[in-house]
Design a protein around this ligand. Structure first.
Ligand SMILES: *Cc1c(COP(=O)(O)O)cnc(C)c1O
Length: 407
């Protein structure tokens, strides 16, 4: 697909996604776990576009949701997929629990004793049994950015694994609960596969104890978090198929002949590298010794560099022939943190050129905001020779529509 033509037709900044790449990533997962009962529950928060959810649902995926809003997205994308939904998150509200019970989701991943009591109460009121898994905290360290590491004892997520057996025992006395599984999620953008194996090993130890206690545990949820290569390390050869195989091997080795239905919650791995943010260069300016390339995309459109010090490869859409230079690529937002790259050596670009910020399909649009009263980008989905607008550009009118001035 000609990005220059797309940018001309739809304007910039513009998120462009490849349906084929998303399907391919899902197939890698399906293939790697085909030897056993499993469901891939795509983590909706990575990219919650209805069109992408529908594409994944049509390909058989389930979903990992973290809010009632995400539940409604899944319902709109595919009613049939509701029974393949797991509901995670530390702060579920009554209306969200009620909606999920009504929708008949597969599993609640419960993160505290108080939440478990609330779930029992709401299920009783609704006259149903709620299938739940405790999200246990395995106290496993995984190398990633501190903001997206979740599996340590001092994190807000989950329940200490040592407490779990007692809580399951207490839950047994509540008639409206069905202790159907155990879940874990140790963090995001984890490139090494060993921590996933270590965490799952601890979970399986607990599963054995729970079965001895008479619980019928049928699901083991290994969470998400498999990392991708954002291109920081130019010497590394990244091969997504090999990465999924190594990940599956690490999990399946500890699973052994454990027969439980395996749930997996990949987010980033399925969508990150299927998306780019296309942006036009507004100005090139020199301040002191530095050259700043100002793009029409900013941190409100893609916050990962500002929030996680994340690296994204940035390439000119048309390969210019001139020399390279070191530049800062920055957005128009009034924050010094509004940059996409610092001291990045790239081919010389000029005003009006297009650049593509690569690997922006995950935690890009889903984290976009209206900061500086900037409308969020349009999104297009490319599928073979089709290209559809899956979300139109936000207008100033859209942004002001909810506000009122008293008097
Ligand atoms: C965010 C999240 C995921 C997905 O993480 P990725 O790194 O995008 O794979 C899965 N499960 C839970 C509970 C999450 O919070």
């Amino acid at each position: 697909m000609d990005l220059t033509a797309l940018a001309k037709e739809h304007g910039t900044p513009l998120y462009v996604y490849s349906a084929e790449q998303i399907r391919y990533r899902l197939e890698l997962f399906e293939g790697a776990f085909s030897g056993r009962a499993h469901t891939i529950c795509y983590a909706v928060k990575a990219n919650s576009s209805l069109a992408i959810l529908k594409l994944l649902a049509d390909a058989g995926a389930g979903f990992d949701i973290v809010s009632g809003g995400e539940l409604e997205r899944v319902r709109r994308a595919s009613k049939a997929a509701l029974k393949r939904v797991v509901f995670s998150g530390v702060g579920k509200q009554v209306w969200e629990i009620d909606a999920a019970l009504k929708a008949g989701i597969l599993l609640f991943n419960v993160e505290s004793e108080a939440e478990l009591s609330l779930l029992a109460e709401r299920a009783k009121l609704a006259g149903v049994k709620a299938r739940f898994a405790l999200r246990v905290n395995p106290d496993v360290f995984a190398e990633t950015h501190p903001y997206i590491s979740t599996g340590l004892r001092d994190h807000k997520f989950g329940i200490a694994i040592g407490e779990a057996r007692r809580i399951y025992r207490a839950a047994k006395k509540m008639g409206s609960l069905d202790a159907a599984g155990v879940s874990v999620h140790i963090g995001s953008q984890i490139r090494q596969v060993e921590p996933f194996g270590a965490a799952l090993g601890r979970v399986l130890g607990l599963v054995k104890e729970l079965r001895e206690d008479g619980h019928s545990i049928r699901y083991v949820d290994a969470g998400g978090g498999l990392g991708i290569d954002y291109g920081m390390d130019a010497s590394a050869v990244f091969d997504p198929a090999g990465q999924v195989e190594r990940y599956a091997a690490a999990l399946l080795a500890v699973m052994g002949d454990e027969g439980a239905h395996l749930l997996l919650e990949p987010g980033r791995f399925l969508v990150a590298q299927a998306g780019a943010l296309v942006s036009r260069i507004l100005f090139v300016k020199k301040n002191g010794t530095k050259t700043f390339v100002v793009t029409d995309a900013g941190m409100n459109d893609l916050i990962r560099p500002a929030l996680y010090q994340a690296h994204h490869e940035i390439v000119p859409v048309k390969q210019p022939s001139g020399a390279s230079e070191a530049v800062d690529i920055v957005g128009p937002v009034c924050e010094s943190g509004d940059f996409f790259a610092r001291d990045r050596v790239m081919p010389k670009v000029k005003v009006g050129d297009l650049v593509a910020v690569l690997d922006a399909g995950a935690y890009g649009m889903s984290l976009a905001s209206n900061y500086n009263t900037r409308g969020r980008p349009a999104e297009v989905l490319v599928d073979g020779d089709r290209c559809d607008v899956i979300r139109r550009r936000e207008t100033v009118k859209d942004m002001l529509a909810l506000e009122r001035m008293p008097g």
